[in-house]
Design a protein around this ligand. Structure first.
Ligand code: FPP
Length: 244
């Protein structure tokens, strides 16, 4: 239950990032295969996009599949990929219906050709939408993203496109997969776990964290509101001091 569902006068975080955790435990509690938890988790993703948009959140970024998730049993990886394949296909219609701009971050070469094709179609079809900016992290790992950015910057240096005096935090950010996306204001991780798991390490430098005990398939608008209320109670100083 939300302790306070009235967000009047509250600051709505511009960008919310989510680590969706607990699908497996949700299914286990119901004596069902883990994949049922992922299917339910995908439904929660759809609903939360609508809820986030309705609350005035402008950017939502979810961790769907990490570079480490390939280490799961082959059958589970296959089931998640199948789910993502279907989700990406259906998402084109939904994105355009909801005016949602969808992007995918992460390293794509390890994804199958048809999934890469669906991502390209979805990004192209939704690129002019002006509502929620929805980003899916897929085969994403923050360290991998940073190394790819460094390599790309090094190549530009070698080609004479930049010199070392131009290397700033902003310039480096523009080499990351999240170029053009503001840093998250609020990070939510579900299921009671409290770690970052290689998610947006650079981008979360000044982000507020909210750890929820709710398992991802049960996450809903009320719990999103709880996170926003908690966020409003925080004093963000970005390394400075509070003005009295
Ligand atoms: C974490 O739960 C969840 C994942 C690694 C996969 C996330 C995938 C989805 C929510 C579905 C597809 C995504 C989209 C964008 C449609 P877990 O399996 O680690 O749960 P556990 O910790 O309880 O085992």
């Amino acid at each position: 239950m939300a302790k306070n569902t009235d967000l009047t006068g509250m600051k709505i975080p511009q960008h919310v990032a989510i680590i969706m955790d607990g699908n497996g435990r949700w299914a286990k509690k119901r004596l069902m295969p883990r994949n049922v938890g992922h299917v339910q988790g995908a439904k929660t993703v759809e609903q939360i996009c609508e809820d986030a948009d309705s609350l005035g959140i402008k950017y939502l970024t979810v961790y769907a599949f990490s570079t480490e998730n390939w280490n799961r049993p082959e059958s589970e990886v296959g089931a998640i990929m199948k789910l993502l394949r279907n989700y990406l296909k259906d998402c084109i219609k939904r994105a355009n219906g909801n005016n949602m701009k969808v992007r995918v971050i992460g390293e794509r070469s390890r994804l199958s050709e048809d999934i890469r094709q669906r991502i390209a179609e979805l990004e192209e079809a939704s690129k002019d939408n002006t509502g929620l900016n929805f980003t899916i992290a897929l085969n994403y790992g923050s360290r991998d993203e940073i190394i790819r950015a460094v390599k790309s910057m090094a190549q530009d240096y070698k080609d004479g496109n930049i010199d070392e005096t131009e290397i700033t935090e902003d310039k480096f950010s523009a080499y990351l997969d999240t170029a053009d996306i503001p840093d998250p204001d609020l990070l939510i991780r579900t299921s009671g776990e409290e770690r970052l798991s290689n998610y947006l390490l650079w981008q979360l430098a000044y982000t507020e964290f909210y750890f929820s005990d709710v398992l991802w398939p049960d996450f809903d608008k009320k719990e999103l509101i709880n996170a926003i209320v908690k966020y409003n109670g925080r004093d963000r100083r970005f390394g400075g001091v509070r003005e009295e």
